[in-house]
Structures are given as C-alpha cells and as structure tokens.
Design a binder for this molecule. Sequence first.
Ligand code: SF4
Ligand code: SF4
Length: 248
Amino acid sequence: MTLSEGAIYSLIDIAGNNFWFEKLQNIYSEIPHTTCKCCGKCCKYAPRVYLIEYLQIYKGIKERFPDRFYQVIRKVLEFGFLSLVDTSLSCPFLEEGKCIIYDCRSFNCRVWGHAKEEYYYISIDRARKELEEGRNLWIENFGIQIPDAIVYGHRPFCKDVMPLKGSMLKTDKRESLERRLESINSQLIKGALGTYEEGVLELPVFVCLSFIGPMMFYNSRPYIMEEYQNNKKSDFMDKLIYDSLPSH
Ligand code: SF4
Ligand code: SF4
C-alpha cells in the first residue's frame, strides 16, 4: 500500500469526489454522544482505524495545526516505533488529558464506552490475546521482551460513561454502522489502490507508513525498540524521524 504524502492527497481527492467523507460523517452522526469524567485514562492505546478514517484524520490535523503539523506527526511517529516498549506512552493524540483530534476521531474512539461490561471484557481478552501472540513473535524473532504493562495494561470497564440523551449504542446498530464503514473503506481500497488489502491499521502505523515508508519502518523498528530498551532512548529513531520530515 503506497501512502506517501502525495498519495494521500490523491486518495483524499478520490474520497472527496465520491462523497465518502460525507458518508463517513453520516455514520458518525448515528453514534449517540456520551458524557463522562474526561480523565483521559482510557486513551492509553492508539485506535485501529480504517484507511478512509486515516485520510480524514490526516486532513483534520493539517487544518487544525497548520503551525505545528510536523510536531504532531513527530510525536505520532515516536509512538509508532516505541508503543510496544515504552510503558509511559499514551495515545499520541492525547494532550493534557484531551484528545486533540476529537472532532475527527475514529469510529472505534466514538463507540468507546457504549459496549456493555460483558462485551467490553470479551474485546479486552481478544486484544490481550493478540498482544500475547505478538509478544511471542517479538521474542522468537528479535529477542525483544514486550513488558506486561503493555500486554495487560487495559483499564477496567469504566462505569462513568452516560448517554447525553437517549440510550447507548446497541450492539446490532454498532455492527450495522461498522458494515457501512467497511463498505466505504473497501470501495476506497479496491477502487483507488487496486488491491484487496485490509486497510485497517493502528493509526500511528498508518502515519509511519506515510512518513517513514513501509520498508524502513518495519526493518528499523526492531533495532529502535532494542536500542530504546537498552538506553531508554533511540538516537537512531531521532535521526530517522528528523531526516524523514520535510520541515524542522
Ligand atoms: S471513559 Fe472513563 S476512563 Fe475514559 S476518559 Fe471518560 S471517565 Fe475517563
Ligand atoms: S484518538 Fe483521541 S479519543 Fe482516540 S484514543 Fe487517541 S486521544 Fe483517545
């Protein structure tokens, strides 16, 4: 999947011409608004997003932060490299307890808090299983140990989320909205990119593919993680990010 900055602008044009951003907004508008204590503690892990959402978030960051666009991107790139070894990290879009892309946040961020407690723990178990499998691969292939605080760092179910009005999103409604989102995303992928790739990734990984490039990102990540675990910093990562961003 080619996601260079130039390719992103072409994809944004294609999505705009096909009214896919409007369709995305229509889906979001059917998710009831909620209220909570806004402590920000549930934003430890970055969300998995659809490609169409990545395009919208990319546009949103450009529009909202014209003066510090690359500063925001730098933080996201650091998260992309270090999220599996630096236990102090939270989602890179969380600043002073607030989401800086709140207006254009992803479907997964919007439906957060709507799940019933039982379903919440089922999805946490699934996420932990994936992380455990990933941890085994990191040890086997690179000798890198992913800390327990990352594999099992999910917060307990939050009981402070309430609908602003009406009721919470029902499971069947959520599934139907997600099917519509998948449909837009697959039209974008098949139509614009000509592939059948899944097109769903952790948001910071999309950003790393755009600014670092897939080969450099996947090849350098193990070295950077190891360097970070040994020194609590990675000079290689700092230089790679510096060299990859057009403005300093
Ligand atoms: S949902 Fe709960 S944990 Fe997340 S910000 Fe709101 S109060 Fe905090
Ligand atoms: S994108 Fe925003 S709402 Fe979603 S996890 Fe990050 S900080 Fe939280």
